[in-house]
Design a protein around this ligand. Sequence first.
Ligand code: ZN
Length: 560
Amino acid sequence: MPEVKEITHLKDLWNESEAQKMSGNQLALLRYRSNLLGADLRITNFGGGNTSSKLELPDPFTGRPVRVLAVKGSGGELGSITGAGFALLYLDRLEQLKELYRGEQHEDEMVRYYPLSAFGENRVAASIDTPLHAFLPFDHVDHLHPDWAIALAASANGKRKLEEFNKEFGRKIVWVPWQRPGFELALMIERAVKDSPGADGLILGGHGLFTWGMTQRDCYLNSIHTIDQMGEFISKHQSKKGSLFGGVEHVPAQDRKNIATQILPALRGVVSSNRRVVAHYADDEDALMFAASTWARELSSLGTSCPDHFLRTRVCPLYLPWNPAKEDVSILKARIQEEAVEYRASYKKYYDAWANADSPKLRDSNPSVVVVPGLGLFGFGKNKKEARITTEFFINAIHVMAGANALEDGDVSHPLPQARYAEQSQQFTQFHNYVALPRSEAFRIEYWALEEAKLQRMPAEAEFSRKIALVIGGASGIGREVALLLARKGAHIVVASISSSSRPPFIPFLALMVKSPKHNGRRPSWSMSPATISSPAKRNGYSKTRTCLLLWCSPVPPTP
Ligand SMILES: [Zn+2]
């Protein structure tokens, strides 16, 4: 295990006196460790990764101590997980599954044995990653999706760069080629650890990171140090490299927020052709830098790499070619229509190429992320929260591509280290040093029967879900009641109200929303953006008009 060293990028959030209060309760400590890891999106993406501990608990039948695996349940989120969010399973039963395993072609059938291995009254659905944790011979295991680690995992020279990393930081992280999450991967990583005594982590090609420890604290430290060192390794390469993605081709438009407002109705309309979606716009530095770059079009067509990413972002985003310096907004609007038609046709082609008789039906051929030079990124989802998270996932993908680009050193020969067999190498798509998963693998994850089953378990959408309603005069009286009713029925609402005083009219309204009843087990989440619209208000003799945007968001679909 690594000794405790200064941390450069991340923070060691472990509070020993806090942890002491939980000593003797390993499940509480696992929850504590998980929440600390999930608190920083550089450690793992939203909803991504999982953590586990191997515990000794009294068997409810015999009272004798038995070995139990506690592992994040399917669809959980590390930052907010509680003790009840961990699936508990008998370790010896999971071990016995190796004898029942009929090979990679049949690995999905193993999933039905997980609920049969459940310990006690715990009935949290066990995630597909359960055997990956069970078969590693360490008491505490973290599987995380840090952008810095995925950058190594998605680099054409990743395996060689990992050796360089190990030498530089005195580490022993082992490379495992790409294999989709499941029973086969669990056996592969078990073997990789047996073959490399003293290993303190694994990089899964095209996927993410495994780290571990024999105590909760050791495991946490190993994870944050490994990720921090990988961040350091990539940052050093990046600073030597200078510009990313072939340099800037289009300077970001100064009035981009105004342009985004002009094109959003057209864009949202076009990508809602199959089912209505809500948009989120991102013009932060990463979004602008990627969208403006010379390589944006090629990298967009390759798509993301980590399986978690494209469950949200689809196989690849739509890149809208536009020259903000030479072309006006009307050209961009016209192009939205043309390019979306092309995207839908190529998505349908991708679906038809890989779907078989048992595949779930095509969900939506529209993009969920749109890249526009000069403007940045637009993400789409069934509500504002999902749209924002989808956009964040593509920002994760940008970080991964940037890291792979920084590590580039000219040698990208086949077979790629992501390929398990040499003949598989040509199926991966590659641009410079960045390697994306084969389309067949992307399809198997996007349209995985198990993932589909998870989507089917989601509660039905509310009546006004995916819709935005404007309620004028909505801060009081009938208007307020209408706004609340629409919100309770799933709509996103924009409340406009006139105020003649300095006290904003939406404050009592927000108080009402906070006290409102739970929807799908959650209170509404909301945000407000007060705006002052002076001209009509002045005409009516009022000094100010204020509007307030309130968002009612249902839970976001889970990831494995
Ligand atoms: Zn994973």
